[in-house]
Design a binder for this molecule. Structure first.
Ligand code: SAM
Length: 350
């Protein structure tokens, strides 16, 4: 079946129905079934050293090893149930799951752990590891679960944009002029941004992220999201720099250019995530990884390296690699400063 290119489809929609929301444009640019940056097969929309951006699981197996520790802690606290369901949403190619399995946590060894990987992109889902403990889904399954994890998902959920004008904060819509997509100011926004700013300043509106949090928040399940975030007044000072585009490990171009050709992400405005659901605990990624044992894992890696270095070999190299990975994951000017949003369960349902 012939299908018009994504840019033409969006342009025609705007011509016939008027300007569309930023989230509708970004949703199509990232997740259009035929041309979305994350959805089309091939090199686009991939995390990893050979992909478009580097995330904590892709730095190496250490991030997953620390999370495996955390999963064991919560599993033990819950009374070592026979069935321990951990759902990772936005799992990309499944790298975090690979590292968790490789770390061999007790909940896995005791055959309690079931890892549900939810990834909407077929191309990425096809890269998921094949393992008895892992099941892949294109959308979250209906069953109960004990932990929901999301690494760098919320920043990639389609967001809207508000712009300060003399009358207040107005919605930034997407219009078409000639063949180019352009920003167009719509009505007053329905969210109290809780900050004042000069006319012209833009800020993100995380409506879809808020909905996702509310849909995944439940009294019996721990919800955990790792992402880059900052208070709204800090974002207001970034003069639009909270919106970033990426392509092949470099900066992309304007977010309205060539939909489908680049990643479009936002720094999260902390206040909007806090407002999404009650019971949130927040900490830096560095602090969270320390609480769950990263330093002991690095010490162990260093000992393995020092003991095995003369002979070389994979175990020794892996040990040394932990030291380097920890430097990246804990970097106070980089991933270490990311935010961990955690909503703890009230009780485990049986
Ligand atoms: C930035 S990537 C992060 C991948 C991986 N978590 C990591 O840290 O390397 C975001 C991923 O979320 C996926 N995604 C976005 N919205 C989703 C949704 N509603 N359900 C499942 N996956 C989604 C995208 O296709 C993409 O693979």
């Amino acid at each position: 079946m012939h299908r018009e290119p994504l840019a033409e489809r969006l342009a025609n929609e705007i011509r016939s129905r008027g300007p569309i929301s930023a989230s509708a444009f970004i949703g199509a640019a990232l997740y259009d079934p035929a041309e979305g940056f994350y959805v089309r097969a091939g090199a686009t929309g991939r995390a990893g050293r050979r992909g478009d951006f580097l995330t904590a699981p892709e730095v190496g197996p250490l991030f997953g090893a620390v999370l495996a520790n955390a999963l064991d802690t919560w599993w033990i606290d819950a009374g070592e149930p026979d069935d321990w369901v951990v759902r990772e949403v936005g799992a990309g190619p499944g790298t975090l799951a690979r590292s968790i399995i490789a770390a061999a946590p007790a909940c896995l060894e005791r055959r309690a752990l079931r890892l549900e990987l939810v990834e909407l992109s077929d191309a990425q889902r096809s890269m998921h590891p094949v393992d008895g403990a892992i099941e892949s889904f294109s959308a979250s399954p209906a069953g109960r679960c004990d932990v929901v994890l999301a690494n760098e998902l919320l920043d990639n959920l389609p967001f809207d944009i508000a712009q300060r004008s003399v009358e207040g904060w107005r919605e930034v819509l997407v219009d078409i002029r000639g063949a180019a997509f352009v920003e167009h100011l719509g009505g007053i926004v329905d969210i109290d941004l809780g900050v004042d700013a000069e006319p012209g300043i833009q800020l993100p509106l995380h409506r879809a992220a808020g909905e996702w949090i509310r849909a995944n928040r439940s009294a019996s399940c721990r919800l955990l999201a790792f992402d880059y975030a900052a208070p709204i007044d800090v974002l207001a000072e970034r003069d639009g720099g909270w919106l970033r585009t990426f392509r092949e490990h470099g900066a992309g171009t304007h977010w309205l250019d060539q939909p489908g050709s680049q990643d479009i992400t936002t720094d999260l405005a902390v206040e909007q995530i806090v407002a999404a659901a009650d019971g949130l605990l927040m900490t830096s990624q560095a602090q969270y990884l320390r609480v769950h044992g990263i330093e002991a894992l690095v010490r162990e890696g260093r000992e393995i390296w020092e003991a095995g270095a003369p002979a070389g070999g994979l175990a020794a190299l892996k040990g040394r690699s932990r030291v380097r990975e920890a430097e990246t994951l804990l970097d106070p000017d980089g991933m270490g400063a990311f935010t961990v949003f955690e909503w703890a369960p009230a009780a485990r349902s049986t």
